[in-house]
Design a binder for this molecule. Structure first.
Ligand code: ATP
Ligand code: ZN
Length: 303
């Protein structure tokens, strides 16, 4: 597995699709790689655009207060990334430069700013929508895309530290929210079929931290709260999650006091596309030169 994954990364570097920065999971992308992502996003629009979602684009950093309120640190402290900056006086600056010159750790005096790196595209959305007041009749539907950060350095090109998630998020009554998720499991399968990718859908869990995390994982699985659409990238035996279908029940509704038009706590669900993973799946299955991909696939993306 290790040999296989490092060789896929090497092949992507050699082909110039990904560009090495010296840090595992932090890569530059070529024009050809980006073109595939752009075209795939247009295909997503064709499947989801008719529902008239409200499009919002947040930058890849979010309000630290919103991050703290979301409870992310309870569940995934190992993945979070915070933005720290130098906030000292001139003397502190002199000390900092001396530290750097001496090869010592100059980062210890960096102070937390009001921004943390976005861990999933939908996290900034819930407090933003709750601030507007109760949801309109029928609930809400949103279209998001953001670079996300997760501290999980790896030689597996499918596990990056900075990657993009495209998401649709539904808020409203439980039945509507669950129907949305069900619908997207079918759409996701059809969408991947159009670009010639083999898929399976399976129940899944998030990487909750620590011993208490085990209980959350089991609970998430037994209640079918998370499904993933899997496509082989590095290995056929353990295909990679390229889409997730998450039902949060009233978790974010309660956390942010998000209400339906009837003043009930809103339920939420999100459907996420891992854009880099999907691009990698396309390159893995159809070859590293997108100009040479099967005509049907080219038609679906560029047609
Ligand atoms: P995994 O179990 O593989 O770590 P996850 O369940 O934590 O993934 P989600 O939180 O559901 O992933 O994220 C939504 C989508 O983002 C995933 O379906 C996947 O396609 C993509 N994704 C998640 N983590 C990474 C990563 N480190 N690099 C690239 N894409 C990722
Ligand atoms: Zn989400």
């Amino acid at each position: 597995m290790d040999m296989q994954t490092s060789s896929l990364l090497d092949r992507l570097f050699s082909a110039g699709l990904l560009i090495d920065t010296g840090v595992d999971g932090l890569y530059g992308r070529s024009g050809a790689f980006e073109d595939v992502i752009t075209r795939f996003e247009r295909l997503i629009d064709r499947f989801g655009g008719d529902d008239n979602p409200e499009a919002i684009r947040f930058p890849p950093g979010m309000n630290r207060a919103h991050f703290e309120g979301s409870g992310y640190m309870k569940s995934f402290p190992q993945l979070a990334g915070t933005i720290h900056s130098f906030c000292g006086c001139e003397l502190d600056h002199v000390n900092l430069l001396q530290c750097m010159t001496d090869g010592e750790d100059w980062t210890t005096e960096q102070k937390a700013t009001d921004i943390v790196l976005t861990p999933a595209a939908c996290y900034p959305l819930y407090p933003t929508i709750a601030k507007r007041g109760a949801l309109p009749a029928g609930g809400g539907l949103f279209d998001l895309q953001s670079y996300c950060f997760r501290h999980e350095p790896s030689k597996d090109p499918a596990r990056m530290q900075l990657f993009r998630m495209r998401e649709y998020v539904r808020m409203g009554k439980p039945a509507d929210v669950m129907a949305f998720r069900e619908d997207w499991m079918q759409r996701g399968t059809k969408l991947m079929e159009q670009v010639g990718l083999p898929v399976e859908i399976d129940v899944a869990n998030d990487p909750f931290f620590g011993r208490a995390g085990k209980m959350y994982k089991n609970n998430q699985r037994s209640q079918n709260l998370k499904f993933e659409l899997l496509i082989p990238i590095n290995s056929v035996a353990s295909p990679t999650a390229c889409m997730s279908f998450n039902y949060h029940q009233d978790h974010f509704g309660k956390t942010w006091d998000l209400k339906t038009e009837d003043d009930e706590t809103a339920h939420t669900a999100c459907v996420g596309f891992g854009l880099e993973r999907i691009a990698l799946a396309l390159f893995h299955h159809h070859g590293l030169d997108s100009g040479e991909w099967p005509e049907t696939v080219r038609q679906a993306l560029w047609g």
